[in-house]
Design a protein around this ligand. Structure first.
Ligand code: SF4
Ligand code: SF4
Length: 177
């Protein structure tokens, strides 16, 4: 990708072009895996600082309200604190909340019964934004220290999240490992 490709976001009818980034991410899975493995091996100096900067640069150009692919395709794992907070806001008891919205997946995590997320509005915005699950707040986990500790997750997220894809590409350009 050219520097210009990394500074702009490809749109399709006023929405982030998910299919475009998904295809690119798929094509680059091996390259990305190699790069992230090197990152783990070499642990470049100031990596956390570069990661923080790169995360900020990517989210300065990616408008999540014109994407919401994570809310349509992935969805969060719920912590008990998430369930208590959201059920309380809905004035539902915990059992009723879980019966209405959640199921336990094959890894034993509590997740939505179906996707897209039931709290994603027709306006493509999260209707429970201030009290959304912790995993939604942290996704796509590109703003964290020792990013090489979650290489597998980062590569997987590039397939769903244009920002995660751009983040890895930008990091490659900057670090040239
Ligand atoms: S975090 Fe990624 S997948 Fe979610 S809305 Fe933003 S760009 Fe899209
Ligand atoms: S709770 Fe909000 S941020 Fe989380 S998946 Fe649903 S719509 Fe997206």
């Amino acid at each position: 990708m050219t520097q210009e490709d990394l500074e702009t976001v490809k749109m399709d009818k006023d929405m982030v072009d998910i299919a475009y980034y998904h295809d690119l991410a798929q094509q680059k899975q091996k390259e990305h895996a190699k790069f992230l493995a090197k990152l783990r091996q070499k642990k470049p100096k100031h990596l956390d600082k570069v990661v923080k900067e790169t995360h900020a640069e990517v989210f300065a150009v990616v408008d999540c309200t014109k994407c919401a692919n994570c809310c349509k395709d992935l969805g969060p794992d719920f912590t008990e604190a998430d369930i208590e907070r959201i059920a309380h806001a809905f004035r539902m008891n915990l059992g009723k909340f879980e019966d209405t919205y959640l199921r336990v997946d094959e890894d034993g995590d509590k997740v939505f019964q179906c996707m897209p997320c039931p709290f994603l509005g027709a306006d493509n915005l999260c209707s429970i934004y201030p009290i959304r699950p912790k995993a939604c707040r942290e996704f796509p986990h590109t703003d964290r220290k020792k990013i090489y500790q979650i290489n597998k997750l980062t590569i997987q997220n590039t397939l769903y999240c244009p920002a995660a894809y751009l983040f890895v590409e930008k990091l490659r350009h900057k670090l040239q490992l």
